[in-house]
Design a protein around this ligand. Structure first.
Ligand SMILES: [Zn+2]
Length: 312
């Protein structure tokens, strides 16, 4: 595997896995200014995130503020623990600000996806079109709907660094969640890829995976993937259902087959995805197919009555 490219001295990337998003520290001009932390990982990794952070902060440096690119559980699950530890404010994109303030399960994704997130209090909004100043750098805030309608990405023009969240990975992008409830978002994904291309980033720090510099190849493969999903939205829906199942298994690690099937059957986003795209197959049979396909592809491992996640 290639070594990831070096990041500018004012940025530290804590590369995580799939259950927790990457955490990115934007250091100030001096340690006493404090660092800005972009995204905080998943709830059940919060102790590990706190330990990684305290290692990555420079002497005399603290976290002065948390910002979230979007409010999926793998990006903001450490918000509460980190804001309590460092007594720092949390800035979030404006679209779900009031839903987070009310902790409205009918709007937020946690209940629907069967994922956990500790309640936290946001202090301010990251408004697209504005900038976030840190040290001598101005990070532009851009709206990046598609994967999530309210997501933002952050771009620093002097070093050409883009924090792309789940809008662009080295290979692809995150699940296009609105499409699972029947809200068209493929065109928004494309428009966000156009915005990224227009920024001409020299380095992309994605929400998952290592930073990368070959942005043109990443954009080409994202556009190709998008065109495939536009032609076959049911493939996108099935991939999304598989990704949500693997996420659950990464959290659970091991489960009886019966418990996993029960989880699949009571998780609202899976029921609605089945109904919208696969309703001609009985629900229970569809959940069985989903698990079988994950076992077949090697993502999950089955032993008589239990299922576990393959090391990845
Ligand atoms: Zn996400």
């Amino acid at each position: 595997m290639n070594q990831p490219p070096p990041t500018p001295a004012h940025i530290t990337v804590l590369e995580r896995g799939w259950l927790s998003s990457n955490n990115i520290l934007l250091h100030g001009a001096t340690p006493s200014e404090g660092a800005v932390l972009v995204d905080t990982g998943y709830f059940c990794h919060r102790e590990q995130t706190l330990a990684l952070l305290s290692n990555a902060l420079r002497p005399q440096e603290t976290v002065r503020c948390i910002v979230n690119t979007h409010l999926h559980s793998d990006h903001c699950g450490g918000n509460r623990a980190i804001s309590e530890r460092y007594q720092c404010p949390i800035l979030i994109p404006p679209g779900e600000f009031s839903a987070i303030e009310r902790w409205d399960d009918s709007v937020l994704s946690y209940h629907a996806t069967g994922q956990q997130c500790e309640r936290f209090n946001p202090s301010g909004k990251l408004m697209p079109g504005q900038t976030l100043k840190q040290g001598r750098f101005e990070w532009q805030i851009h709206a990046a709907p598609g994967h999530d309608p309210h997501s933002v990405i952050l771009f620093e023009p002097e070093s050409g660094t883009l924090i792309s969240a789940d809008a662009l990975w080295e290979r692809g992008f995150g699940i296009i969640f609105p499409e699972l409830d029947g809200t068209h978002a493929f065109l928004e994904v494309e428009a966000t890829l156009d915005i990224i291309e227009g920024l001409r980033p020299k380095l992309v720090i994605p929400g998952h995976g290592a930073p990368f510099q070959d942005v043109q190849t990443a954009l080409l493969s994202a556009r190709e993937r998008l065109r495939y999903f536009q032609r076959k939205p049911e493939r996108h829906a099935f991939n999304a259902a598989k990704a949500l199942t693997v996420f659950h298994m990464l959290e659970t690690q091991k489960s009886s087959t019966e418990d996993l099937l029960a989880w699949l059957q009571r998780t609202p986003i899976l029921a609605s995805t089945w109904q919208r795209f696969f309703g001609t197959t009985p629900f229970v049979e569809w959940t069985l197919q989903l698990v079988q396909e994950l076992v077949h592809s090697g993502a999950l491992q089955q032993e008589s009555t239990s299922i576990s996640v393959r090391g990845r």
